[in-house]
Design a protein around this ligand. Structure first.
Ligand code: SAH
Length: 275
């Protein structure tokens, strides 16, 4: 990304390459980046307030807007799958907040990926059948205690791969290789839903939890490099003003489908009728 960025102390970087070179430029730096990223979350309480950085009250508007977005996508893309088994993956799932409040109601099976063991343990408890607001045709199945940069999903398992508030922990290179590998985990016609904080321009590096907040154009450049198409975008509404803006992206492997035109194409060798 060619635009300048900042770190949490207000220091300026000329561009993202300069920042990444400094943060993950060799194997040792990279190890420190990822160890300290997970290390930050290891010190956080396994609660909704913990995973939302003290903003437990945004969970409700978050889930509400996610549900509207998901519903549009399900009726646009999966109308013909309603009677089949729908499967989702919740990435950087934390204590399973997104799965519990949203995914488990729409998907028959949900897998959770979360590198922080005490979060995943809490997620496992929260997802026990007796603690879920659904019947036994909907369940959490696999719990993977690995970070995204080390994960490869089972081939063709998922209708939706949901990635919320965790991709900022990945360097650009790992972001791209994650999505390239994860494409193989989607069923034909499946999609990624990415919900993230958005910087006004360039990027903002958070030195405390080792993550970066990217701008909308930064994300779009990366999607391009992953060979992904932006099918739909929506802004989260109703969050406190002091927080970053949040966007939801629906990403597909194929070009967005267009509704077939109702007008037949005019053939060039036939004279047009002038009325
Ligand atoms: N998506 C959840 C949790 C958000 S908190 C929710 O919306 O409720 C951010 C989560 O990202 C934490 O659970 C943290 O452990 C996880 N995380 C940190 N580094 C990660 C990495 N490299 N890969 C995947 N998840 C990571």
């Amino acid at each position: 990304m060619e635009t300048a960025g900042l770190d949490s102390d207000g220091r300026e970087f000329k561009n993202s390459q300069e920042m990444w070179r400094e943060q993950v430029g060799d194997q040792q730096k990279k190890t420190v980046w990822y160890t300290e990223g997970v290390g930050y979350w290891e010190g956080v309480e396994a609660s909704v307030d913990g995973v939302l950085g003290g903003y437990a009250h945004v969970s409700e508007p978050d889930v509400k807007d996610s549900e509207v977005f998901l519903n549009t996508l399900l009726s646009d893309l999966f109308a013909d799958r309603r009677n089949g088994k729908l499967v989702a993956l919740d990435c950087g799932a934390g204590i399973g907040r997104v799965t519990r409040n949203l995914l488990i109601r729409y998907f028959n099976e949900v897998d959770l990926l979360e590198p922080v063991a005490h979060f995943l343990d809490t997620a496992r408890e929260n997802m026990a059948p007796e603690n879920l607001p659904v019947d036994n045709t909907h369940k959490a199945v696999n719990f993977y205690c690995v970070p995204l940069q080390d994960f490869t999903p089972d081939a063709g398992r998922y209708d939706v791969i949901w990635i919320q508030w965790c991709i900022g922990h990945l360097s650009d290179d790992d972001f791209i290789s994650f999505f390239k590998r994860a494409k193989g985990g989607l069923k034909p016609g499946g999609l990624f839903i990415l919900k993230e904080n958005i910087a006004k321009a360039g990027f903002v590096l958070d030195k405390e939890d080792r993550s970066i907040t990217r701008s909308d154009s930064y994300f779009k450049e990366l999607f391009n490099r992953c060979g992904l198409h932006v099918y739909k975008i929506k802004d989260q509404k109703g969050f406190p003003k002091e927080l970053f803006a949040v966007k939801m992206y629906a990403l597909t492997l194929d070009l967005p489908r267009r509704a077939p035109s109702s007008r037949p194409k005019r053939q060039s060798n036939r004279p047009g009728i002038i009325r």
